[in-house]
Design a protein. Sequence first.
Length: 594
Amino acid sequence: MCLATNIARRAGSASYYARLSVPKDLQAIVGKKEVWKSLGTKDARQARALVAPVLAKWHAEFEELRRRRQATPDDVRAATWEHYKAEVEFHQQQRLSLPTKAEIDGAVDQARAAVASGQGREGPIDLLNVVGDALVLKGQSEWQREQRTVRKATIEKHLAEGETALVEGWALDVIRREGWAMEPGSPAFRDLCQRLQRAELEALRRAEEHDRGDFTGKPNDPAVKAPAPNLHVIAAPGEGVMELFETFASENPKKVKPDTIRMNREIVGWFAQHVGPTFPAFKIDKKAVREWKQALAKFPIKAAEVRDFRGLTFKKIIAANEHAKRQVLSETTINKYLSALGAFCQWLMQNGIIDSNPVDGMHLGKDRRSKVRPYTPEELTRIFASPLFTGCLSEAEEHRPGNVRLADHRYWLPLLSLFTGARMNELAQLLVADVRQERGRWILHVTREGDETKTVKTKGSQRVIPVHPELERLGFLDYHTQRSAAGDRRLFPEIKPDARGHLSGHFSRFWGRYVARIGVKDDAAVNFHSFRHGMADALRRAGFRDEEFGFLLGHTQATTTGRYGILAEGDLTQRCKMIDAVEFPGLDLKHLHR
């Protein structure tokens, strides 16, 4: 091939372009007879050097197109139905996450009884706080309804106008996953997008019916119909993996918490999808466990919470992630998955269903060394000189420079973690009452007290942390005053729990995207937890030994003072001395003064 014939200038442009004729058998799929791409240079010699990889990429894409197949009507129908089912399931899971009226009323009655018996420390204030929380929880269902109403109206408008932007991402994922020869923008692609929108619209109608207590509704749209059933051989009744898991869960031999059962059900469910619906539990052996363990190394983290993976099976999620490139499970998490399956297999063995536990000896060797490092001084400077802290374009474009000054949890959580070393969830769940004065010094109280939804990693994680003087200078106490004056109970009331009820879930994903957009995160060694590591290093630089400051980071055994935040004067003085000594050389935050 003569490269010179693949280099040309376009009318009105001085730059050289790569050009290549599309093979005739692919022109209908590509939608054009020739492809062009700017080489970004006006120098002919440089253009000849740059054109080769562009041509190689095009030829590879042509070969990939030849391997792809045309989507049949049955294929599109099945994809539409799967999208409908996934959306219905999503709304149902949202509904199941809401507190019941009995739970809300019970919490209020319990608080009323506690106050009446004199158990409440704040008297009527305790009752008002709990009732306020109950109303917030009660309002979650209304908020969900409003969001669905807006989404439904938008989809109806887009369907009427022929707009497809809302679902193009999902359509592209379906095409990649199934290997269809369907180009974005083509009539077939637009038809797929339209069908996916119609499927979501039907799912939203089911959600409205469910809100009224009607669970009998079926899709009326002819585009949203279940495909003809495929007949499969299934395990004998009562011998399937998930059937026996439900028996195991009902017996609960170790008396584990319901939340653990729920998580283990999800994990064993992934295993069941891996081995297939016809796989009986008595056939679980080391080969099946070994192959699943190998597959887990390619499985993305929090796959059940990722909208793009919703409705996909275990193997299809792995295939989809080859393109999505989401972070995969760590060795520690894979071992947790194996432990969940192992507990189930132990029960199978004890009940004579299998002869031995195939998970024994299958766990991965653990690397005890921390894989997370602190942010470097250069990275900290870039973070706190970025638009989130100095002025961004809009609420939705925090990474672009502008004149909008944010003052919510996105601004304060990184600064708080920098100067306290607290974990993300510990900060996200803080109440306004958790920030208070103790002997003239402002403190943060990391505790489970005050709200039944609050959690800490261990009992020893409950602790008191003095507010660093730099946080005071930056206006954190002014922010606290604003939240108190507004009557907010939570310090960051705008944070909503994720699908698992974790307040830190959405922010964790936001932070990962944000630092990547500003050019900080380039590997798995840095994340929000890097602030915590940086705090430990800062305390070491100040001359304190690990065993001296461990309690500030929540690394000690549980104590009464840690739980209730009642500190002797000497204890508070010691903590203040440590916090006040924390500095970050090279980091200048004067520009953040508010």
